[in-house]
Design a protein around this ligand. Structure first.
Ligand code: ADP
Ligand code: MG
Length: 301
C-alpha cells in the first residue's frame, strides 16, 4: 500500500475542510483526486506530504506515519504544490542542485542531468526560472518532485494555467512517470482524469463521494442505452417486447430511452421493430454517460 488515509478530518479554526476521509492507493496506480474548488483537495495533499497536520485520523505513506515518521515519509514522497512555488532568480540547474542538496542526494550533478533529460529541460538548464514559460516552470516543479526518486508523487493541479499544448505535454510526462511510480494528482477538470487516471476519487465539501475505477464510474446501469425518436406514438409494452430490451423510459411523446444489458448492438432490432409496426425512425443515438455527468451529479449538492 503506497498511501493509506484513515478517518482523516481537518479543522481550520471552526471550518471543517476534511470530514472523516478514508481511502487507499496501491503501488503503481495513477489516481485522480477530483473535486470542485474548495472541496479539500489541497488540504488532503498537504497532510499526505507532511506540510500540515491533520486534526484527526491517520495517514501512512509506504507504511510510515506522516506525524511520527515524517522523515521516512519525506524521503519516499515527491510533492508538487499548487501554484508550484519556485525561485525565479535561480537558474534551472542551480535550483535543482540546491533542492538535491536538501534531500542529500549523492552524485547530485549526474542525477540532475538525468532529471533534466527526463522532463525535457536539457536545453533550458542554463536559463533563469523566471524567464521560462509556464509549461517549462511546471517541468522544473516535476523534476524537483522526482529528484530523490520517490515511490509516491503527489501533484496538486499540475496542469492548471497551462495552454492546451502544454497540458498535453505535461499529461504525457505524468503518464510516463506513472509507469513506475504511484501518482496521486488533483484536478477540477474531468477530462484530465479520463485522459490519465486508472482510478478516480471524487471529493466534495470535505467528504469522499465516489471512489472507483474511471471506467466503472462512467458505465451506465445498462451495457447500452439508445435514444430513439419515432414519428408517432407507440405503447410502452410494445417497445418492451423488442428483443434484448431490459428497460424503457419515455422522454417525450415519441422519444424513448431503451436500455439493454446485452453485448449485442440492439439498434438493428429497434429498426426491425419499427418496420413491423409501421413506425419511421427519426433519430437513433447511443447515449454515453461521461465522467463529467457523474461528477456534476455527485458534486451538485
Ligand atoms: P481545494 O484544493 O479542493 O480547492 P482546499 O483544500 O484548498 O480546497 O480548501 C478546502 C477548504 O478549506 C476551503 O473552504 C478553504 O477556504 C479552506 N482553507 C484552505 N486552507 C485554509 C487555511 N490555511 N486557513 C483557513 N481555511 C483554509
Ligand atoms: Mg487546491
Amino acid at each position: 500500500m503506497s498511501i493509506a488515509v484513515s478517518g482523516v478530518s481537518k479543522l481550520y479554526g471552526q471550518q471543517k475542510a476534511l470530514d472523516d476521509v478514508s481511502f487507499q492507493i496501491d503501488k503503481g496506480n495513477i489516481v485522480g483526486f477530483l473535486g470542485p474548488n474548495g472541496a479539500g483537495k489541497s488540504t488532503m495533499m498537504k497532510i499526505i506530504s507532511c506540510y500540515i497536520p491533520q486534526t484527526e485520523g491517520t495517514v501512512k505513506v509506504c507504511g510510515y506515519d506522516v506525524m511520527d515518521q515524517s522523515m521516512e515519509v519525506r524521503s519516499r514522497l515527491g510533492y508538487l504544490p499548487e501554484n508550484n512555488p519556485l525561485y525565479p532568480e535561480m537558474y534551472v540547474r542551480e535550483y535543482l542542485e540546491f533542492m538535491g542538496g536538501i534531500h542529500k542526494i549523492p552524485s547530485i550533478k549526474s542525477r540532475v542531468d538525468e532529471m533534466l533529460e527526463q522532463v525535457g529541460l536539457t536545453l533550458e538548464r542554463k536559463k533563469k526560472i523566471g524567464a521560462l514559460s509556464k509549461g517549462y516552470k511546471q517541468r522544473v516543479g516535476l523534476a524537483q518532485a522526482m529528484l530523490h526518486d520517490p515511490e509516491v508523487l503527489i501533484l496538486d493541479e499540475p496542469t492548471t494555467g497551462l495552454d492546451p499544448n502544454q497540458i498535453v505535454e505535461i499529461r504525457n510526462l505524468i503518464k510516463s512517470i506513472g509507469a513506475e511510480k504511484t501518482v496521486m494528482l488533483s484536478t477540477h477538470i474531468m477530462q484530465e482524469v479520463e485522459a490519465i487516471c486508472d482510478r478516480v476519487i471524487i471529493i466534495n465539501k470535505g467528504g469522499i463521494v465516489a471512489d472507483d475505477e474511471s471506467k466503472n464510474l462512467t458505465s451506465n446501469n445498462h451495457a447500452q442505452v439508445i435514444r430513439v425518436e419515432f414519428d408517432h406514438q407507440i405503447e410502452v409494452n410494445k417497445i418492451n417486447s423488442i428483443q434484448y430490451v431490459n428497460e424503457v423510459k419515455r422522454v417525450d411523446d415519441n422519444t424513448w430511452l431503451i436500455g439493454s444489458d446485452s453485448e449485442k448492438d440492439i439498434r438493428p432490432f429497434i429498426f426491425e421493430f419499427a418496420v413491423a409496426n409501421n413506425l419511421n425512425v427519426l433519430t437513433v443515438q447511443k447515449e454515453e454517460q461521461r465522467l463529467e455527468d457523474v461528477f456534476k451529479k455527485l458534486t451538485s449538492s
